[in-house]
Each structure stands twice: as structure tokens, then as C-alpha cells.
Design a protein around this ligand. Structure first.
Ligand code: ADP
Length: 209
């Protein structure tokens, strides 16, 4: 039925076709790097909840202070806070040709909220693409990133470990949620940034959007 809906939308509103992607994978899998490139290549709006939280923290907003309590421990910010922030961000880009979600959804309620929100806009998620990176490689990358970024959650091995645990327990199952809809893809997240980008583009270009 979603294909039928899409067909009706395409035939009635040819200019409302959008591309909505979820870039998925563990902390340090390279989502941010690749999302920046995809944003430019496909003219999409990149929304990273991690970036949004950090900018709220830097500005010292109430939301930022609240988010920091959780982020500094490697825990997830509560769903209602995260979903509210994401919704505002999406509504501020009402003219977008599509979105790349990076770091969202991270829980089942977030995935359901995102689907609902897009549905209200006459949209849907077209694909979730996971960057597959082995855990030992991930740990190396995050430690390296912690050295020159000023992210405290990257510098403390205890907190990095906690973030992995949270990823395995709460976030990894999101892959199955979209896989059941037939729109989950996995690509190799190791190798050069260019090669990974090419693989991502190939996957996106093969979608029947
Ligand atoms: P990474 O993917 O490397 O862990 P992010 O910048 O995406 O980095 O996230 C950093 C932290 O921000 C997370 O550990 C979590 O505390 C918080 N956060 C980001 N996105 C979400 C989300 N969708 N739900 C809850 N918390 C989030």
C-alpha cells in the first residue's frame, strides 16, 4: 500500500518527491563525514541530533543544559526532548528537498515518531543505510577523534564503552525495524572516505524513489 500511496503522490504532486535517508551505525562509524557529502551531492538537509545538542550546550540553553546531563554520561537524552528538538528542526526546513538523519532515530519510540511526523508531511523514509565498521576499528577512531575534538564523551574510555552498550541495546534494533519494511541497507564503512561515499551513492541511486 505504501507503493500505491507513493504512486498517487507522484502523479498528483510531481514536485513533492523527496528523498529521506537515515544514516545509521555505531558511534564513530563516519556518519557525520558522509552525511556532509551526501547533503551537498543530493541537495538534502542534514540533521544531526548530536550536533544540535552540542550547539544548544554551547549556547547554554535550557535544552542544552538538560541534554548535557545525559551526554556527559554516555546515555541517551530522553526521547521527548530529542523528538521535540528534531521536530522543530524539520519544521524550520519546510522547503527541504529531503533530509539526512544522522544520529536519529536511536530508539524505537524515536523511529515511530519520525515515521508519524513524515507521514503528516506526506513523506516517508526511503532508506536506512548502515555503515558497517568492526568494533576494534571504532574504538581506535573515537580515541583519535577525542584527541583533537573537544568532545569530553570521546576522551573517556569508560564513557565510550557506555555509548557502545547503549548502541547495542537500544539503537541496533532500529535496523530490524526498517529491514522489516524492506528499506534497510548495509555497506562497508571501512576503507577510504571516497570509496565509502561511492558505495553510499550507488545504494541511493539504486532506490526506486
Ligand atoms: P556518536 O554517534 O559519535 O555517539 P553523536 O554526536 O551522534 O555522536 O551523539 C552524542 C551524544 O548525544 C549521544 O551519546 C547521546 O547522549 C546524545 N544523542 C544524540 N542523538 C541522540 C538521540 N537521537 N537520542 C538520544 N540522545 C542522543
Amino acid at each position: 500500500s505504501s507503493i500505491a500511496n507513493r504512486f498517487v503522490l507522484i502523479s498528483l504532486f510531481p514536485y513533492t518527491i523527496m528523498l529521506n535517508l537515515i544514516l545509521f551505525g555505531p558511534p564513530g562509524s563516519g556518519k557525520g563525514t558522509q552525511a556532509e557529502r551526501l547533503e551537498e551531492a543530493y541537495n538534502l538537509v542534514h540533521i544531526s541530533t548530536g550536533v544540535l545538542f552540542r550547539s544548544e550546550m554551547d549556547e547554554g540553553t535550557e535544552l542544552g543544559i538538560k541534554a548535557n546531563e545525559y551526554m556527559s554520561r554516555g546515555e541517551l537524552v530522553p526521547d521527548e526532548v530529542t523528538i521535540g528538538m528534531l521536530k522543530n528542526k524539520m519544521l524550520s526546513h519546510a522547503d527541504a528537498e529531503g533530509f539526512i538523519f544522522d544520529g536519529f532515530p536511536r530508539t524505537a519510540p524515536q523511529a515511530e515518531a519520525l515515521d508519524q511526523l513524515l507521514k503528516e508531511m506526506g513523506q516517508q523514509i526511503d532508506a536506512l543505510i548502515m555503515l558497517d565498521v568492526p568494533e576494534d576499528e571504532i574504538v581506535k577512531r573515537i580515541v583519535l577523534r577525542g584527541k583533537d575534538s573537544n568532545r569530553p564523551d570521546d576522551s573517556d574510555p569508560e564513557i565510550v564503552r557506555k555509548r557502545f552498550q547503549v548502541y547495542q541495546n537500544k539503537t541496533a534494533p532500529i535496523y530490524d525495524y526498517y529491514n522489516e519494511k524492506g528499506i534497510a541497507f548495509k555497506i562497508n564503512g571501512t576503507g577510504s572516505i571516497d570509496d565509502i561515499f561511492q558505495n553510499l551513492c550507488d545504494t541511493i541511486d539504486s532506490l526506486h524513489v
